[in-house]
Write a protein that binds this ligand. Structure first.
Ligand SMILES: [Zn+2]
Length: 450
């Protein structure tokens, strides 16, 4: 079930004000006029797992933020000094109003340079404007675009002053579950004090000319089932062997998978609207020097599955299905379920953000996209998982959005790239989004109830 909330961490433990040596890579000096160069410089900082260089990324962002008047910078160390969380704040004229939070993660998944046309951390820009880099789409683009947009809003003749305070968070560890990043941050008193009314988090590229927007994530479960049975000579046929027991379960799980997948193939549901069950490992057999012992039926066998639950899926039903059908004790089976995050919010509701009239932020967001000359596709559930779930758990309306249209979906792929013109258009989109969200003055918008 839902994880019990940890006691609030005391301010003294987590809050350390900025005191950093001068950055190696400066975002401010000669590149001042060029958002593309600044984006490339950010992409060149290797924050891929397993050894993300968070410190360099935070230094770089901090040095850029320092060139934009009125921005304030705070660094939190929620676990170790190697895993900073950067918060940049643009104070609003009415700090009593719920604030806007723009989130991105500092880390990225690994990349294998030998499989790329251009080195994944060189941020090479081709003649036709493609910027190749790990993180170009997921999600260093939005991290820099937020700042570039605020810079433009400050520079333009309007010199926009937000009514509501705008925060940008740069969190570590998202790609490995967010447990040492956003999950810990939302448990702090400092986070509560931000009084966040609405959050934008990462989305995904769109291959059409409509922007995609996500109102929920699917929630991952890692499930391992294990079977035991009498060992036996390879020549014997007998009932209840471990592999036989395991295969019965695997067949049932694959049948469940087929039923979900048939709905997708028939066009009746999107991939993200069904529960997915995918086998990720099978393990059985007794090793020999040159492979496996062939004349022995093993007494143990196991299989691992990546299961993704839709926001409205019933977790109790799923647990019962696993216990009674997929790994029943009467067939000598055991199982382990690792739930990778919350499934319901603090009021027991599915983790979904309303995309209708009941959510006033939705109307403002739509208005901003229209003002930017953009079109939104039908709101979707994200097939994978982001840090948005930790905010939705608190009842904070959160949308996933990365302004990349007419762009192939390349997150976590080889040769991840983003077109320079798409990146620059995204800055414009955020100028509208940040301007409208931060000046939204409907006082009836309730603070998220605790
Ligand atoms: Zn991401």
């Amino acid at each position: 079930m839902t994880k019990r909330r940890q006691p609030l961490i005391s301010a003294a433990m987590v809050l350390l004000f900025l005191s950093l040596p001068p950055p190696l890579l400066s975002a401010s000096d000669d590149k001042e006029w060029d958002p593309i160069s600044r984006f490339q410089n950010y992409l060149r900082i290797n924050t891929a797992h397993p050894k993300p260089n968070y410190t360099a990324a935070v230094e770089y962002l901090t040095s850029f933020a320092a060139t934009i008047p009125t921005l304030q910078t705070t660094i939190f160390y929620l676990t170790t000094p190697a895993k900073p969380l950067l918060l940049i704040t643009w104070p609003g004229s009415d700090p009593s109003l719920p604030s806007i939070l723009l989130n991105s993660h500092l880390d990225s998944v690994p990349a294998e340079p030998s499989k790329w046309q251009h080195h994944p951390f060189a941020a090479h820009r081709t003649g036709d404007g493609r910027i190749y880099a790990r993180g170009a789409q997921d999600d260093k683009c939005i991290g820099m675009q937020y700042l570039e947009a605020i810079r433009e809003l400050k520079r333009s003749s309007l010199d926009h002053t937000p009514l509501r305070t705008v925060h940008i968070s740069y969190v570590p560890e998202e790609e490995i579950g967010g447990f040492d990043g956003m999950m810990k941050f939302v448990e702090t008193r400092e986070f509560q004090d931000l009084n966040v009314g609405f959050m934008l988090d990462e989305g995904q590229a769109s291959v059409s000319d409509e922007f995609r927007v996500f109102y929920a994530d699917r929630s991952p479960w890692h499930v391992v089932i294990r079977a035991r049975g009498a060992p036996g000579h390879g020549s014997r046929m007998f009932d209840g062997g471990a592999v036989e027991n395991l295969m019965k379960s695997v067949e049932m799980m694959m049948k469940f998978r087929e039923t979900s997948f048939d709905l997708v193939k028939a066009g009746l549901a999107a991939n993200s609207e069904v529960i997915s069950v995918n086998p990720v490992f099978l393990n059985a057999g007794i090793k020999s020097n040159d492979g496996y012992v062939m004349n022995l039926q093993p007494s143990e066998a196991e299989a691992g599955f990546d299961i993704r639950l839709t926001p409205t899926a019933d977790p109790d039903l799923m647990r019962r299905r696993i216990a009674e059908e997929w790994a029943p004790a009467w067939r000598n089976m055991t199982y382990e379920i690792t739930e990778k995050g919350p499934l319901r919010d603090f009021k027991g509701r599915p983790l979904m953000t309303a995309t209708d009239g009941s959510n006033p932020w939705w109307a403002v967001f739509n208005q901003a996209i229209a003002a930017a000359g953009g079109k939104l596709a039908k709101p979707e559930i994200l097939a994978s998982t982001t840090d948005a779930r930790f905010l939705r758990q608190l009842g904070i309306p959160t949308l996933g959005f990365s302004p990349m249209k007419n762009t192939p979906i390349l997150l976590h792929d080889h040769n991840e790239f983003l077109q320079d013109s798409v990146y620059l258009e995204g800055i414009k989109v955020y100028e509208h989004v940040i301007r409208l969200l931060s000046s939204f003055d409907e006082t009836s918008v309730a603070k998220h109830d605790e």
